[in-house]
Design a protein around this ligand. Structure first.
Ligand SMILES: *Cc1c(COP(=O)(O)O)cnc(C)c1O
Length: 376
Protein backbone atom coordinates (compact mmCIF):
# COMPACT_ATOMS: atom_id res chain seq x y z
CA UNK A 1 0.00 0.00 0.00
CA UNK A 2 1.32 3.43 -0.93
CA UNK A 3 0.12 6.27 1.24
CA UNK A 4 0.21 9.58 -0.58
CA UNK A 5 0.13 12.52 1.79
CA UNK A 6 -1.28 15.49 -0.06
CA UNK A 7 -0.40 17.79 2.84
CA UNK A 8 3.26 16.97 2.11
CA UNK A 9 2.66 17.71 -1.56
CA UNK A 10 1.31 21.09 -0.57
CA UNK A 11 4.35 21.83 1.59
CA UNK A 12 6.65 21.00 -1.31
CA UNK A 13 4.59 23.17 -3.64
CA UNK A 14 5.00 26.05 -1.19
CA UNK A 15 8.75 25.44 -1.24
CA UNK A 16 8.70 25.82 -5.02
CA UNK A 17 6.62 28.97 -4.74
CA UNK A 18 9.00 30.43 -2.20
CA UNK A 19 11.93 29.98 -4.61
CA UNK A 20 10.52 31.49 -7.78
CA UNK A 21 9.18 34.98 -7.12
CA UNK A 22 6.52 35.87 -9.64
CA UNK A 23 7.21 33.00 -12.05
CA UNK A 24 4.43 30.48 -12.54
CA UNK A 25 4.52 26.73 -12.07
CA UNK A 26 4.12 23.94 -14.56
CA UNK A 27 3.76 20.88 -12.34
CA UNK A 28 5.25 17.83 -14.00
CA UNK A 29 2.85 14.94 -13.44
CA UNK A 30 4.11 12.52 -16.08
CA UNK A 31 4.47 8.82 -15.31
CA UNK A 32 1.38 8.82 -13.11
CA UNK A 33 2.82 11.78 -11.16
CA UNK A 34 6.04 9.86 -10.55
CA UNK A 35 3.98 6.97 -9.25
CA UNK A 36 1.84 9.08 -6.92
CA UNK A 37 -1.34 8.92 -9.01
CA UNK A 38 -1.61 11.44 -11.84
CA UNK A 39 -5.28 12.28 -11.61
CA UNK A 40 -5.49 12.81 -7.85
CA UNK A 41 -2.22 14.70 -7.69
CA UNK A 42 -3.15 16.94 -10.61
CA UNK A 43 -6.59 17.70 -9.25
CA UNK A 44 -5.11 18.57 -5.89
CA UNK A 45 -2.44 20.83 -7.42
CA UNK A 46 -5.05 22.44 -9.64
CA UNK A 47 -6.82 23.63 -6.50
CA UNK A 48 -3.53 24.96 -5.10
CA UNK A 49 -2.56 27.45 -7.76
CA UNK A 50 -0.30 25.86 -10.34
CA UNK A 51 -0.66 27.24 -13.87
CA UNK A 52 0.08 24.26 -16.11
CA UNK A 53 0.61 20.54 -16.05
CA UNK A 54 3.25 18.68 -17.96
CA UNK A 55 3.00 15.05 -19.02
CA UNK A 56 5.18 13.02 -21.35
CA UNK A 57 2.53 11.46 -23.56
CA UNK A 58 -0.74 12.26 -25.23
CA UNK A 59 -2.41 9.30 -23.46
CA UNK A 60 -1.37 10.64 -20.06
CA UNK A 61 -2.94 13.97 -20.91
CA UNK A 62 -6.21 12.33 -21.97
CA UNK A 63 -6.37 10.47 -18.64
CA UNK A 64 -6.05 13.77 -16.79
CA UNK A 65 -8.77 15.38 -18.89
CA UNK A 66 -11.04 12.40 -18.29
CA UNK A 67 -10.41 12.83 -14.57
CA UNK A 68 -11.68 16.39 -14.85
CA UNK A 69 -8.41 18.32 -14.96
CA UNK A 70 -9.02 21.66 -16.67
CA UNK A 71 -5.74 23.56 -16.60
CA UNK A 72 -3.57 23.64 -19.72
CA UNK A 73 -1.60 20.42 -20.19
CA UNK A 74 1.69 20.49 -22.02
CA UNK A 75 2.57 17.24 -23.78
CA UNK A 76 6.33 17.28 -23.35
CA UNK A 77 7.30 14.68 -25.94
CA UNK A 78 4.90 16.09 -28.51
CA UNK A 79 2.08 14.30 -30.24
CA UNK A 80 1.84 12.38 -33.49
CA UNK A 81 0.21 13.94 -36.55
CA UNK A 82 -2.71 11.49 -36.27
CA UNK A 83 -3.42 12.72 -32.71
CA UNK A 84 -3.94 16.37 -33.66
CA UNK A 85 -7.73 16.34 -33.87
CA UNK A 86 -8.08 14.66 -30.46
CA UNK A 87 -5.48 16.95 -28.95
CA UNK A 88 -7.46 19.98 -30.08
CA UNK A 89 -10.69 18.45 -28.84
CA UNK A 90 -9.16 17.84 -25.41
CA UNK A 91 -7.47 21.23 -25.40
CA UNK A 92 -3.94 19.87 -25.05
CA UNK A 93 -0.84 21.91 -25.72
CA UNK A 94 1.77 19.96 -27.65
CA UNK A 95 5.46 20.68 -27.52
CA UNK A 96 6.55 21.18 -31.12
CA UNK A 97 10.01 20.33 -32.44
CA UNK A 98 9.58 18.87 -35.92
CA UNK A 99 8.16 19.69 -39.33
CA UNK A 100 5.93 16.62 -39.42
CA UNK A 101 3.77 17.88 -36.58
CA UNK A 102 3.94 21.49 -37.77
CA UNK A 103 2.57 20.41 -41.13
CA UNK A 104 -0.25 18.43 -39.51
CA UNK A 105 -1.17 21.30 -37.18
CA UNK A 106 -1.23 23.71 -40.10
CA UNK A 107 -3.49 21.53 -42.18
CA UNK A 108 -5.81 20.74 -39.33
CA UNK A 109 -6.23 24.31 -38.10
CA UNK A 110 -6.76 25.64 -41.63
CA UNK A 111 -9.35 23.03 -42.44
CA UNK A 112 -11.23 23.28 -39.16
CA UNK A 113 -10.73 27.00 -38.56
CA UNK A 114 -9.47 26.33 -35.03
CA UNK A 115 -6.52 27.62 -33.05
CA UNK A 116 -4.01 25.46 -31.28
CA UNK A 117 -1.39 26.62 -28.78
CA UNK A 118 2.06 25.09 -28.86
CA UNK A 119 5.35 25.47 -27.03
CA UNK A 120 8.47 25.24 -29.16
CA UNK A 121 11.40 23.16 -27.98
CA UNK A 122 14.94 24.44 -28.31
CA UNK A 123 17.91 22.13 -27.83
CA UNK A 124 20.41 24.15 -25.81
CA UNK A 125 22.53 21.15 -24.87
CA UNK A 126 20.47 18.12 -23.92
CA UNK A 127 20.88 16.57 -27.37
CA UNK A 128 17.39 15.15 -27.31
CA UNK A 129 14.39 17.11 -28.60
CA UNK A 130 14.39 20.57 -30.12
CA UNK A 131 15.81 22.76 -32.84
CA UNK A 132 19.27 24.20 -32.45
CA UNK A 133 19.62 27.71 -31.02
CA UNK A 134 20.99 28.84 -34.42
CA UNK A 135 17.82 27.87 -36.25
CA UNK A 136 15.50 28.78 -33.40
CA UNK A 137 14.65 32.39 -34.22
CA UNK A 138 13.62 31.76 -37.81
CA UNK A 139 11.78 28.56 -36.82
CA UNK A 140 9.81 30.39 -34.14
CA UNK A 141 8.97 33.22 -36.55
CA UNK A 142 7.82 30.72 -39.13
CA UNK A 143 5.55 28.88 -36.71
CA UNK A 144 4.23 32.12 -35.21
CA UNK A 145 3.20 33.29 -38.68
CA UNK A 146 0.83 30.32 -39.16
CA UNK A 147 -2.67 31.68 -38.67
CA UNK A 148 -4.04 28.74 -36.67
CA UNK A 149 -1.03 28.25 -34.41
CA UNK A 150 -0.31 30.27 -31.32
CA UNK A 151 3.21 30.02 -29.99
CA UNK A 152 2.50 30.32 -26.32
CA UNK A 153 5.94 29.35 -25.06
CA UNK A 154 9.47 28.32 -25.80
CA UNK A 155 11.29 25.78 -23.69
CA UNK A 156 14.51 23.90 -23.33
CA UNK A 157 15.78 21.22 -20.96
CA UNK A 158 18.89 20.93 -18.80
CA UNK A 159 21.25 18.01 -19.00
CA UNK A 160 23.05 18.53 -15.69
CA UNK A 161 21.57 21.31 -13.56
CA UNK A 162 21.96 18.99 -10.56
CA UNK A 163 25.76 19.24 -10.47
CA UNK A 164 27.92 21.49 -8.38
CA UNK A 165 29.79 22.59 -11.49
CA UNK A 166 27.07 24.58 -13.18
CA UNK A 167 29.09 25.93 -16.09
CA UNK A 168 27.32 23.87 -18.75
CA UNK A 169 23.90 24.63 -17.25
CA UNK A 170 24.82 28.31 -17.32
CA UNK A 171 25.64 28.08 -21.01
CA UNK A 172 22.21 26.55 -21.57
CA UNK A 173 20.59 29.44 -19.69
CA UNK A 174 22.61 31.94 -21.73
CA UNK A 175 21.36 30.32 -24.94
CA UNK A 176 17.74 30.65 -23.85
CA UNK A 177 18.19 34.18 -22.50
CA UNK A 178 19.70 35.37 -25.75
CA UNK A 179 16.90 33.80 -27.78
CA UNK A 180 14.29 35.31 -25.47
CA UNK A 181 15.88 38.76 -25.98
CA UNK A 182 16.01 38.34 -29.76
CA UNK A 183 12.34 37.44 -29.79
CA UNK A 184 11.50 40.61 -27.87
CA UNK A 185 13.54 42.69 -30.33
CA UNK A 186 11.98 41.08 -33.33
CA UNK A 187 8.52 41.86 -32.00
CA UNK A 188 7.31 38.24 -31.69
CA UNK A 189 5.21 38.08 -28.56
CA UNK A 190 5.36 34.80 -26.64
CA UNK A 191 3.98 34.38 -23.13
CA UNK A 192 6.37 31.90 -21.60
CA UNK A 193 10.01 30.94 -21.63
CA UNK A 194 10.85 27.91 -19.49
CA UNK A 195 13.81 25.74 -18.73
CA UNK A 196 13.96 24.96 -15.01
CA UNK A 197 13.45 21.42 -13.73
CA UNK A 198 13.64 20.82 -9.96
CA UNK A 199 17.42 21.12 -9.84
CA UNK A 200 17.38 24.51 -11.56
CA UNK A 201 14.37 25.64 -9.57
CA UNK A 202 16.49 25.05 -6.46
CA UNK A 203 19.90 26.27 -7.51
CA UNK A 204 19.65 28.36 -10.68
CA UNK A 205 17.37 31.36 -10.20
CA UNK A 206 18.45 32.75 -13.58
CA UNK A 207 16.82 29.73 -15.18
CA UNK A 208 13.39 30.51 -13.79
CA UNK A 209 12.34 33.00 -16.50
CA UNK A 210 8.57 33.22 -16.04
CA UNK A 211 7.65 29.54 -15.66
CA UNK A 212 9.35 26.62 -13.90
CA UNK A 213 8.79 22.89 -14.44
CA UNK A 214 9.42 21.03 -11.19
CA UNK A 215 8.71 17.34 -10.94
CA UNK A 216 10.77 15.46 -8.38
CA UNK A 217 10.84 18.18 -5.73
CA UNK A 218 7.06 18.29 -5.62
CA UNK A 219 7.17 14.67 -4.54
CA UNK A 220 9.61 15.48 -1.77
CA UNK A 221 13.09 14.67 -3.04
CA UNK A 222 15.91 16.90 -4.14
CA UNK A 223 17.76 15.89 -7.29
CA UNK A 224 20.94 17.46 -5.88
CA UNK A 225 23.40 15.14 -4.22
CA UNK A 226 25.37 18.11 -2.89
CA UNK A 227 24.73 21.79 -2.61
CA UNK A 228 21.73 23.67 -1.29
CA UNK A 229 19.15 21.72 0.62
CA UNK A 230 15.49 22.61 0.67
CA UNK A 231 13.09 21.39 3.31
CA UNK A 232 11.03 18.96 1.28
CA UNK A 233 8.84 16.19 2.57
CA UNK A 234 8.50 12.83 0.80
CA UNK A 235 4.89 12.52 -0.28
CA UNK A 236 4.74 8.74 -0.49
CA UNK A 237 5.15 6.09 2.18
CA UNK A 238 5.15 2.51 1.05
CA UNK A 239 4.20 -0.34 3.33
CA UNK A 240 3.32 -3.98 3.07
CA UNK A 241 2.24 -6.78 5.35
CA UNK A 242 4.05 -9.78 6.75
CA UNK A 243 2.37 -12.92 5.39
CA UNK A 244 4.51 -15.54 7.09
CA UNK A 245 7.06 -15.80 9.89
CA UNK A 246 9.20 -18.88 10.37
CA UNK A 247 11.91 -19.82 12.79
CA UNK A 248 14.55 -21.69 10.81
CA UNK A 249 17.80 -23.33 11.82
CA UNK A 250 21.26 -22.16 10.85
CA UNK A 251 22.29 -23.14 7.30
CA UNK A 252 18.78 -22.67 5.84
CA UNK A 253 18.86 -21.39 2.26
CA UNK A 254 16.44 -18.56 1.48
CA UNK A 255 14.76 -17.83 -1.87
CA UNK A 256 15.69 -18.48 -5.49
CA UNK A 257 19.24 -19.41 -6.20
CA UNK A 258 19.99 -19.93 -2.49
CA UNK A 259 22.04 -16.70 -2.53
CA UNK A 260 21.43 -16.31 1.22
CA UNK A 261 21.98 -19.03 3.78
CA UNK A 262 21.24 -18.35 7.45
CA UNK A 263 24.29 -18.30 9.69
CA UNK A 264 22.32 -18.71 12.92
CA UNK A 265 18.89 -19.79 13.98
CA UNK A 266 16.78 -17.06 12.40
CA UNK A 267 13.34 -15.61 12.25
CA UNK A 268 12.53 -15.12 8.58
CA UNK A 269 9.49 -13.12 7.52
CA UNK A 270 7.96 -13.25 4.09
CA UNK A 271 6.55 -9.92 2.91
CA UNK A 272 3.82 -9.43 0.41
CA UNK A 273 5.92 -7.37 -1.97
CA UNK A 274 8.01 -8.19 -5.01
CA UNK A 275 9.46 -6.83 -8.18
CA UNK A 276 6.07 -6.98 -9.86
CA UNK A 277 5.06 -4.27 -7.40
CA UNK A 278 8.11 -2.25 -8.36
CA UNK A 279 10.22 -3.31 -5.39
CA UNK A 280 13.58 -3.58 -7.14
CA UNK A 281 15.00 -7.05 -7.57
CA UNK A 282 18.36 -5.35 -7.26
CA UNK A 283 17.55 -5.05 -3.52
CA UNK A 284 18.13 -8.80 -3.19
CA UNK A 285 20.47 -9.26 -0.18
CA UNK A 286 20.87 -5.46 -0.06
CA UNK A 287 17.57 -3.87 0.82
CA UNK A 288 16.45 -2.62 4.19
CA UNK A 289 12.89 -2.44 5.52
CA UNK A 290 11.58 -1.03 8.76
CA UNK A 291 9.96 -3.40 11.22
CA UNK A 292 8.79 -2.10 14.60
CA UNK A 293 11.00 0.93 14.10
CA UNK A 294 14.12 -1.13 13.36
CA UNK A 295 16.04 -1.52 10.13
CA UNK A 296 16.07 -5.16 9.08
CA UNK A 297 17.80 -6.66 6.03
CA UNK A 298 16.30 -8.20 2.93
CA UNK A 299 17.65 -11.73 2.70
CA UNK A 300 17.86 -13.74 -0.49
CA UNK A 301 16.47 -12.73 -3.83
CA UNK A 302 13.46 -10.45 -4.17
CA UNK A 303 10.82 -12.57 -5.95
CA UNK A 304 8.02 -11.41 -8.21
CA UNK A 305 5.42 -11.24 -5.43
CA UNK A 306 7.31 -11.86 -2.18
CA UNK A 307 10.45 -10.78 -0.37
CA UNK A 308 12.08 -12.22 2.74
CA UNK A 309 13.59 -10.23 5.59
CA UNK A 310 15.52 -11.32 8.66
CA UNK A 311 13.42 -10.53 11.72
CA UNK A 312 15.64 -12.26 14.24
CA UNK A 313 16.34 -8.94 15.99
CA UNK A 314 12.65 -7.97 15.99
CA UNK A 315 10.82 -10.97 17.41
CA UNK A 316 7.76 -8.90 18.35
CA UNK A 317 6.35 -8.72 14.83
CA UNK A 318 3.40 -10.95 13.87
CA UNK A 319 1.83 -12.18 10.68
CA UNK A 320 -0.48 -9.46 9.41
CA UNK A 321 1.65 -6.62 10.77
CA UNK A 322 2.88 -3.85 8.52
CA UNK A 323 6.46 -3.16 7.62
CA UNK A 324 7.72 -0.06 5.87
CA UNK A 325 9.48 -0.34 2.54
CA UNK A 326 9.83 3.41 2.09
CA UNK A 327 9.14 5.82 4.89
CA UNK A 328 9.97 6.28 8.54
CA UNK A 329 9.11 4.56 11.81
CA UNK A 330 10.19 6.46 14.88
CA UNK A 331 13.76 7.58 14.25
CA UNK A 332 14.47 4.94 11.61
CA UNK A 333 13.91 5.80 7.97
CA UNK A 334 14.40 4.42 4.52
CA UNK A 335 13.46 6.71 1.66
CA UNK A 336 13.57 6.49 -2.12
CA UNK A 337 16.98 8.14 -2.29
CA UNK A 338 18.47 5.39 -0.13
CA UNK A 339 16.77 2.65 -2.18
CA UNK A 340 18.16 4.38 -5.26
CA UNK A 341 21.70 4.42 -3.87
CA UNK A 342 21.43 0.77 -2.90
CA UNK A 343 20.38 -0.21 -6.41
CA UNK A 344 22.56 2.14 -8.43
CA UNK A 345 19.76 4.33 -9.70
CA UNK A 346 18.00 7.62 -8.94
CA UNK A 347 14.93 8.25 -6.77
CA UNK A 348 12.94 9.08 -9.93
CA UNK A 349 13.19 5.47 -11.07
CA UNK A 350 12.32 4.01 -7.68
CA UNK A 351 9.16 6.14 -7.50
CA UNK A 352 7.85 5.77 -11.01
CA UNK A 353 8.34 2.02 -11.12
CA UNK A 354 5.98 1.38 -8.22
CA UNK A 355 3.40 -0.54 -10.14
CA UNK A 356 -0.37 -0.36 -10.51
CA UNK A 357 -0.67 -3.42 -8.32
CA UNK A 358 0.15 -1.28 -5.28
CA UNK A 359 -3.03 0.39 -4.00
CA UNK A 360 -2.70 4.16 -3.54
CA UNK A 361 -4.36 5.62 -0.49
CA UNK A 362 -4.63 9.39 -0.21
CA UNK A 363 -4.25 11.30 3.04
CA UNK A 364 -5.28 14.92 3.60
CA UNK A 365 -7.07 15.20 0.30
CA UNK A 366 -8.86 18.24 1.60
CA UNK A 367 -6.00 19.54 3.70
CA UNK A 368 -6.69 22.95 5.16
CA UNK A 369 -3.98 25.57 4.55
CA UNK A 370 -2.58 25.12 8.06
CA UNK A 371 -0.58 21.95 8.18
CA UNK A 372 1.04 19.61 10.59
CA UNK A 373 4.53 20.21 11.87
CA UNK A 374 6.83 19.53 8.89
CA UNK A 375 9.57 18.17 11.15
CA UNK A 376 7.58 15.22 12.35
C1 LIG B 1 10.53 15.28 -16.29
C2 LIG B 1 10.75 16.65 -16.80
C3 LIG B 1 10.84 17.74 -15.92
C4 LIG B 1 10.85 17.59 -14.41
O1 LIG B 1 12.14 17.23 -13.99
P1 LIG B 1 12.47 17.06 -12.42
O2 LIG B 1 13.92 16.81 -12.41
O3 LIG B 1 11.66 15.91 -11.96
O4 LIG B 1 12.07 18.32 -11.77
C5 LIG B 1 10.93 19.01 -16.46
N1 LIG B 1 10.95 19.18 -17.81
C6 LIG B 1 10.89 18.16 -18.68
C7 LIG B 1 10.94 18.43 -20.14
C8 LIG B 1 10.81 16.86 -18.21
O5 LIG B 1 10.76 15.85 -19.08
Amino acid sequence: MAEIDLAALEINLKQVQSQIGSAKILAVVKANAYGHGGATVARFLESRGVAFFGVAHFEEAILLREAGVRLPILVLTGIRPDQVAEAVRFNLTPVLFNRELLQALRQYTERSQTMVSVHLKIDTGMGRLGVSPKEALSWIQEVASCPGIRVEGILSHFSDADLQDLSFAQSQIAGMASLWRSLKHSGVHIDYCHLANSAATIQLPLAHFNLVRPGLMLYGYSPLSEGPTVPLRPVMRWRTRVISIKRVPSQTPISYGRTFVTQRESLIATLSIGYADGYPRALSNRGVVLASGRRVPVVGRVCMDMTMVDLTEVPTLSVGDWVTLMGSEGTAAVWADELARLTGTIPYEILCRISDRVPRVYLNETAPPTLKDPSE
